[in-house]
Design a protein around this ligand. Structure first.
Ligand code: LAN
Length: 752
C-alpha cells in the first residue's frame, strides 16, 4: 500500500548520484524543503506531522523495510502488466521447467522496471544505526540545520528503529546496546524531541539502567565529546603524531585497512584540536539525562576504558592498553610544534581525500567527521565545508521506515553488475536487451578513467581502470567491484555482438586490459585479494584495534569473496583474449585458488565477510573453483563444500542463516528459510554440478513459492555484514539472487 506522503519524496539519479528531493505543493505552489518559515507555521507542522504518521513502521514484524517508497514509484511509472500473449512460449519442456521459466520471466520483468534513468539499479543501503547520529551531531556542532522535512523523517526513522526494551542496536536487527541507544537518544534530543515523551523516557531509562553514557564504546565517546556531552579527557588519546611517524614503522597507519585509516584520520584531527560544539541549554540538559551521576563528578580518566558488556565485541588487548598508557601520558607534555605539524599534515590529507572523492569520501563515517574537520580547519564559509554538506544528501535514503543514512553513497555499481549477470545467466536475456543496454550504460560510465596524482595520493593504490562500489565520482576502486565490472562487461559485449547491437559496445579490449592490470597489481602475497588494496599488515596489528564493537578493522585481509570475483574476471578475460598476459593470469588464478582452498574450514565451508554468511562465501568459493574445472565429481574440496551446504538445507527446501552466523563465526540457522541464502546455496550447488537434482529442485520450489504476484520477492532478514558485527541491507539481493538461481536452473536443466 502506498501512503500519500511517500510521494512527496522523489529519487533523482544522475550518473549514479542518488538524492531524495522533497516535492510538496500547497495550492499548486511548490514549497521548498528549505522554506523554514513555511514548515514552522501551523500549516507546515501539520503536513510534517501527517507525513510522519505515514512513515510509522512496525519493527516487530520485520526490522527490514522493503524499499517501498522507491519501488512503488518506479513500478507505477514503468511496470507494464503482462498479457498472456507477451509471455514467451516455453512449451515443449516439462511442466516444471515451464513454470520456472514463466516465473523467472515475471521476476525479471518486474525487476527491470526499477532501473533508474541513468541505467543503475537503485536500492536501500541502510542497516547500521550508528551513522545517522554522526550526521545529526555534526550538523549541530557546526550549526547547520538540515531541512525540516528531512529532520522529521529522520526522527521518525529513529523512533521506528527503537527496540521494545527502549534501546537501539548497532544495526536494525541488533539487540540494544549503549552505542546505538545513546546515539539515537541524543540525536532525537538534538532534533527537538522532548525528553518526557514516553519512548524517550524508555530510552533514557535503558541508558541509566545499563550504567549511563560513560559506558558507550570509544567511537561513541568521540561523537559525544565533539558535541560537548562528554569530555575529551574521557577518551583515550587518538595520538595525531602517529601520522607523521616514518612509513616503515610496522604500526604506521598507511598499513591499516583503508576504512580504519580514513576514519581515524579526521578523528585524530578533532581530538588534537579538542573540537567541542557550543554549550547550549540543550547540551546542559542532555548532560543531566544520560549519566548516573552528576556530570561534574564523573571520573573521566576511568571512563576512558569503560564499555558496556552489551556492546563489547573485542576486548582491548594488553598491547593496546600499553599503547594507550603511553599516548595518554604523552598528552600531558606533548610538543606543540610536533602536534601542529601532525595536525597540518592530517588536514592536508583530509583535503586530499575530499578532492579525490569529490567530497563523497570513502564512507559515511569519515564523510561527516571530515565535514567537522574542514569546518574547523577552513571555516564555516569555506567552499570545502559547503561541498561536504552538499554530499550529505548522497548518503540519505527514504523508505517506508523513514529517512536513514546509508553505509555508502549507495551500492549502485555493485547491484547493477549483479543484476546484469543475473539477467544474462540463461537465454531468457534475449527478451530484455533494452534493459541490458541500460545497465551496460551505467557500468560503462562507472569505470575509473583518471588517475589520482601520485604526489597527492596519500598511500593510495593506483585506481586507473578499476570499478568502484557506488559511483565513479566516489572513485575508490575495489577488487571485487572491478572483477564484477570486467565480468559483466565481457558478457554484455558478447551479447551485443550476437544481437547485432555493436553500437552499444563501449568497454573496449583496451579498457578491459586496464582493469586486468589493476587486478593483477592487487594480488596479495598469500595469493588472495583483499578489498581495496594489497594486504599491507600482518594479523598481529589487530591488537591495536581500538574499537570495542567491530572485529578485524585494522587489516585489509585477503577475502574469499574478493578473491573469487577476481578469479572469475581474470578467467572470463583470458577465455576471450587468450593472448594477453596468459602466463600472468594463469599464475594469478592458481595463487588465488590455492588461497581459497587454504581457508576452507574443516566442515567444507567458508566464512563470509561481507554477506550473511557461510552460504554467501561458499557461493563465491564454488564459482572460483568451477573456473579451474573443479566440480563435485572430480574435486574433494568441492565435494566437501557441497556436502556442507546440503547438510544445512531446511525441511522446506530452502536455506536460511541468521546474522548471528557472522558474529559468532559459526553457522546459525535462521528460524525461517531465506530466499537470498537459498539463492546462494543453489547457485553454488549448480555451478559445482551437484548430481542430486531433487535437492536443487526443492530449493527452486521454495523460491517459486515465495514469489509475489507482481513478480517481486519478499524482503526477509538482513543479508549484508561488515567487520563481523555490523549488518547492512542489500535490498537488491532479494531479487537478484532468486532470479540468478532460477536462471541457472533453466540453463542447467532446460534440455532435460
Ligand atoms: C562495504 C561495501 C561493499 C563491500 C564489498 C564490495 C561487497 C565487499 O566484497 C568488499 C568490502 C566492501 C567494499 C565494504 C567494506 C566495508 C564497508 C565500506 C561496506 C560494508 C559498506 C560500509 C562499510 C564501512 C566500513 C562502514 C563504516 C564503518 C566502519 C567500521 C569504518
Amino acid at each position: 500500500m502506498t501512503k500519500e506522503s511517500w510521494n512527496y519524496w522523489r529519487l533523482l539519479s544522475v550518473h549514479g548520484r542518488q538524492t531524495w528531493h522533497f516535492e510538496y505543493f500547497d495550492n499548486a505552489q511548490k514549497i521548498e524543503a528549505t522554506d523554514t518559515q513555511y514548515w514552522e507555521s501551523d500549516k507546515g507542522r501539520k503536513v510534517l506531522s501527517e507525513m510522519m504518521n505515514d512513515f510509522v513502521f512496525d519493527k516487530s514484524v520485520n526490522a527490514n523495510s522493503a524499499d517501498l517508497v522507491y519501488r512503488k514509484q518506479a513500478i507505477n511509472k514503468k511496470l507494464k502488466t503482462l498479457s498472456a500473449a507477451e509471455m514467451p512460449d516455453f512449451k515443449g519442456h516439462s511442466s516444471f521447467i515451464e513454470k520456472v521459466a514463466q516465473q523467472t520471466f515475471k521476476a525479471i520483468h518486474y525487476y527491470q522496471s526499477l532501473i533508474a534513468e541513468d541505467g543503475h539499479m537503485p536500492g536501500d543501503y541502510g542497516g547500521p544505526l550508528f551513522l545517522l547520529p554522526g550526521m545529526v551531531i555534526i550538523a549541530h556542532v557546526t550549526d547547520y540545520a538540515l531541512p525540516l522535512p528531512h529532520q522529521a523523517l529522520i526522527k521518525q526513522y529513529m523512533k521506528n528503529m527503537q527496540n521494545t526494551d527502549g534501546g537501539w542496536g548497532m544495526h536494525i536487527e541488533g539487540e540494544s546496546g549503549m552505542y546505538g541507544t545513546c546515539l539515537q537518544y541524543i540525536s532525537l534530543r538534538l532534533l527537538g524531541e522532548d525528553a518526557n515523551e514516553t519512548y524517550m523516557q524508555k530510552a533514557s531509562k535503558w541508558i541509566l539502567d545499563n550504567g549511563g553514557a560513560t559506558m558507550i564504546p570509544s567511537w561513541g565517546k568521540f561523537y559525544l565529546s565533539t558535541l560537548g556531552v562528554y569530555e575529551w579527557d574521557g577518551c583515550n588519546s587518538l595520538f595525531p603524531e602517529i601520522w607523521i611517524t616514518p612509513t616503515w614503522l610496522p604500526i604506521h597507519p598507511s598499513r591499516y585497512w583503508c576504512h580504519a585509516r580514513m576514519v581515524y584520520l579526521p578523528m585524530a584531527y578533532c581530538y588534537g584540536h579538542k573540537i567541542v560544539g557550543p554549550k547550549t541549554a540543550l547540551i546542559e540538559a542532555i548532560r543531566k539525562e544520560i549519566y548516573t551521576e552528576a556530570y561534574d563528578k564523573i571520573d573521566w580518566k576511568k571512563a576512558r576504558n569503560s564499555c558496556s558488556p552489551k556492546d563489547l565485541y573485542r576486548k582491548a588487548s594488553p598491547v593496546l592498553k600499553i599503547m594507550n598508557f603511553v599516548t595518554n601520558s604523552y598528552e600531558k607534555f606533548y610538543s606543540k610544534k610536533l602536534r601542529k605539524k601532525a595536525l597540518d599534515f592530517i588536514l592536508s590529507y583530509i583535503d586530499g581525500e575530499d578532492e579525490q572523492t569529490n567530497y563523497i569520501d570513502i564512507g559515511p563515517v569519515n564523510q561527516v567527521i571530515n565535514s567537522l574537520s574542514v569546518w574547523h580547519g577552513h571555516g564555516k564559509d569555506s567552499i570545502q565545508y559547503k561541498k561536504h554538506i552538499d554530499r550529505w544528501f548522497d548518503y540519505l535514503w527514504v523508505a517506508e521506515d523513514g529517512m536513514k543514512m546509508q553505509g555508502y553513497n549507495g551500492s549502485q555499481l555493485w547491484d547493477t553488475a549483479f543484476t546484469a549477470n543475473a539477467f544474462m545467466e540463461s537465454d531468457l536475456y534475449k527478451q530484455f536487451i533494452p534493459s541490458l543496454q541500460q545497465l551496460y550504460h551505467y557500468i560503462d560510465k562507472s569505470q575509473i578513467r583518471t588517475s589520482i596524482p601520485r604526489d597527492r595520493a596519500f598511500f593510495r593504490h593506483e585506481d586507473f581502470g578499476g570499478w568502484p562500489f557506488s559511483t565513479v565520482e566516489h572513485g575508490w576502486p575495489i577488487t571485487d567491484c572491478t572483477g564484477d565490472g570486467v565480468k559483466a562487461s565481457i558478457k554484455l559485449n558478447q551479447i551485443f555482438e550476437q544481437e547485432n547491437c555493436i553500437d552499444t559496445i563501449q568497454v573496449s579490449k583496451e579498457r578491459l586490459i586496464d582493469a586486468v592490470k589493476l587486478l593483477l597489481s592487487f594480488q596479495s602475497a598469500d595469493g588472495g585479494w583483499a578489498s581495496y588494496e594489497v594486504r599491507r599488515a600482518p594479523e598481529w596489528i589487530e591488537v591495536l584495534n581500538p574499537s570495542e564493537v567491530y572485529g578485524e578493522i585494522m587489516v585489509d585481509y585477503s577475502f574469499v569473496e574478493c578473491t573469487s570475483s577476481t578469479i572469475q574476471a581474470l578467467h572470463s578475460f583470458t577465455k576471450k583474449y587468450a593472448d594477453t598476459y596468459p602466463v600472468e593470469i594463469k599464475n594469478a588464478i592458481a595463487g588465488g585458488i590455492d588461497f581459497i582452498k587454504s581457508i576452507q574450514k574443516e566442515d567444507g565451508s567458508w566464512y563470509g565477510n561481507w554477506g550473511v554468511c557461510f552460504t554467501y562465501a561458499s557461493w563465491f568459493a564454488h564459482e572460483a573453483l568451477a573456473c579451474v574445472d573443479e566440480y563435485y565429481d572430480n574435486s574433494s574440496t568441492v565435494k566437501k563444500a557441497c556436502d556442507f551446504l546440503v547438510s544445512k538445507q531446511q525441511n522446506d527446501g530452502g536455506w536460511g542463516e541468521s546474522y548471528r552466523s557472522c558474529v559468532d563465526v559459526k553457522y546459525v540457522q535462521h528460524e525461517q528459510s531465506q530466499i537470498i541464502n537459498t539463492g546462494w546455496a543453489l547457485l553454488a550447488l549448480m555451478i559445482s554440478k551437484y548430481p542430486h537434482q531433487e535437492v536443487i529442485e526443492k530449493g527452486i520450489q521454495l523460491l517459486l513459492s515465495r514469489q509475489e504476484a507482481s513478480g517481486d520477492f519478499p524482503q526477509e532478514g538482513i543479508s549484508g555484514v561488515f567487520n563481523k558485527s555490523c549488518m547492512i541491507t542489500y535490498t537488491a539481493y532479494r531479487n537478484v539472487f532468486p532470479i540468478w538461481a532460477l536462471q541457472r536452473y533453466l540453463k542447467t536443466y532446460k534440455s532435460i
